[in-house]
Design a protein around this ligand. Structure first.
Ligand code: MN
Length: 254
């Protein structure tokens, strides 16, 4: 098995080292990750400046680009082969509900998925790296179980996994979940720079709005590991009928 690893916290983050150490003896593992923190970069690609790849002393390769850049150049030429699995993380903080739209961790995994490779995004729920060893242990266990069940093959899928920051013996079950929802983000924060100009800082993510039973928020609050299969098609399939009538009326009125 060949596994390609990336993240959005940068190649020096504790989470990617933990993931690499957890998987290095179960597969041939390559790490290609951003040089800097790239949180909230989603699937952004760098189109108007060149990308450079360097190798760190530990063997990891790092790129002056986004998580999706890393996977994109890896899968379209740099790697020279198709990996069996793309794994992203372990992220410093939750990627649940609406976070998945913005997440660079999910973006790296999604880029693998878009190129037809099965992919998993791993995140720890809290942002303090507490019990990272337990999260890495669970990531390894999940990859091994999926490999044993022949789920890592030719067909692509995309899983989003969030792991509570708990010691191994306190971690609950792996639970299949849907994404919850957050309220809209907190207000922008404004400050004045030394030249009297206004600076705007993006505010914090919104509080949880839907954490009903069955959501990733609910499962992780109970100490369980949430697993959510994601898709890329943003079409509002539920309302295609409604929009068919509405759009037909618009067209009729010309
Ligand atoms: Mn991150």
């Amino acid at each position: 098995m060949k596994i390609l690893i990336s993240n959005d916290d940068g190649y020096q983050a504790p989470g990617i080292t933990a993931l690499y150490e957890a998987l290095r003896d179960v597969a041939e593992v390559e790490v290609i990750a951003p040089e800097q923190n790239n949180s909230a970069k989603s699937n952004a690609l760098t189109l108007h400046s060149p990308l450079y790849v360097h190798r760190a002393s530990n063997g990891f390769r790092y790129v002056n680009g986004t998580p999706a850049d890393c996977m994109h150049i890896a899968l379209t030429g740099l790697l020279g082969y198709r990996p069996d699995l793309v794994v992203s993380g372990i992220n410093n903080g939750a990627n649940m509900g609406d976070d998945t739209i913005y997440s660079g961790t999910v973006g790296a995994a999604m880029e693998g998925y878009l190129f037809g490779v099965p992919a998993i995004a791993f995140s720890q729920v809290e942002k303090n790296w507490a019990h990272l060893d337990a999260a890495a242990h669970k990531a390894r266990e999940l990859v091994l179980q999926m490999s044993n069940q022949k789920l890592i093959g030719d067909s692509a899928w995309l899983l989003n996994v969030n792991i509570p920051n708990l010691p191994l013996d306190k971690l609950g079950h792996v639970k299949l979940c849907r994404l919850g929802r957050r309220h809209a983000a907190e207000p922008v924060i404004t400050q004045t720079n030394p030249r009297g100009e206004t600076m705007y800082w993006i505010g914090a993510a919104g509080a949880v709005k839907d954490d009903a039973d069955g959501t990733d928020f609910h499962a992780t609050t109970q100490g369980h590991i949430s697993v959510t299969p994601l898709k890329v098609d943003l079409t509002d399939h539920d309302h295609l009928g409604y929009w068919a009538q509405t759009v037909a009326r618009l067209t009729a009125r010309g």
